[in-house]
Design a protein around this ligand. Structure first.
Ligand code: ATP
Length: 246
């Protein structure tokens, strides 16, 4: 039982979720290591959503509301931490959720599929019943994507991604929104929009922002997008970390 007065209570709650997801066959061993890397950067960021991140989340909402076929790509870590919010966002925008795993096994796919089915996700892709096509120039288990999902999408939400896949998706002409606490990772550096923030804080804020912009004129949303520059966003995120050392 976790003590609520513990100064690192929230971080411990998320660690428990990660451990539980590992026990339940949702998370691969390396998913725990990836979480640890994320925690380190979160510590450096100050474990809060910065003003820069808040602005970038607004831009991400504008992308979702102006693109034709967005898809939410999910892995074990995302499922362990924010499956309910993924299901909510999928419903709000009426867009599919696609499972894509680095360590893909039929068991893990079934376990993750069960989570999203129980949450009522209407269009769940990337399961073993799906039809797949390879991502151009990408080898390995992450290469196959759903023909009707990522393959046909114009915008992909890729939280906690590995750099290889992010690079190849962008090279194949897709726009991608990533969530990565490390502003220096290849994923962060190659994305169209990088949310340098913890996925557990991003999701509720993103849902709020989509709701807020839902009825906005499309020209206003497009203007917010054209005023955004991801290099400036990443530089600000890096400077926010440096400032914490001063
Ligand atoms: P890349 O291949 O993009 O250079 P990497 O090798 O660090 O990066 P992985 O270890 O595959 O990538 O993915 C983990 C990434 O996810 C790390 O950059 C880590 O900071 C980030 N991460 C982990 N947990 C979270 C979280 N809760 N919220 C946001 N980002 C996270």
């Amino acid at each position: 039982m976790l003590n609520k007065d513990h100064p690192r209570y929230e971080s411990l709650v998320y660690r428990e979720k990660i451990v539980e997801a590992h026990k339940n066959g949702i998370l691969a061993d390396s998913g725990m290591i990836a979480h640890g890397r994320g925690e380190t950067f979160d510590y450096l960021i100050g474990e809060k959503t910065t003003e820069n991140s808040l602005n970038t989340i607004e831009v991400a909402a504008c992308y979702f509301l102006t693109r034709k076929r967005p898809v939410l790509s999910v892995n074990g870590n995302t499922t362990a931490l924010v499956s309910e919010d993924i299901a909510k966002l999928s419903e709000l925008l009426d867009i599919p959720v696609e499972i894509n795993l680095y360590y893909r096994t039929p068991e893990r796919i079934k376990n993750i599929e069960k989570v999203y089915r129980e949450l009522g996700v209407k269009e769940l892709l990337g399961t073993d019943d799906d039809d797949f096509i390879d991502t151009p120039d990408l080898n390995g288990p992450r290469s196959p994507v759903s023909i009707e999902g990522i393959n046909k999408s114009d915008l992909i939400f890729v939280p906690l991604e590995d750099g290889d896949r992010a690079e190849k998706l962008v090279a194949s002409g897709k726009e991608i929104i990533s969530v990565d606490l490390n502003p220096l990772s290849r994923t962060a550096q190659t994305s169209t929009v990088t949310l340098v923030d913890n996925i557990v804080r991003v999701m509720p804020q993103l849902i709020k922002s989509v709701n807020k912009h839902m009825d906005c004129d499309k020209s206003i949303l497009l203007e917010k997008i054209s005023n955004f520059n991801n290099k400036d966003n990443l530089n600000t995120a890096i400077h926010d970390i440096i400032k914490r050392f001063e």
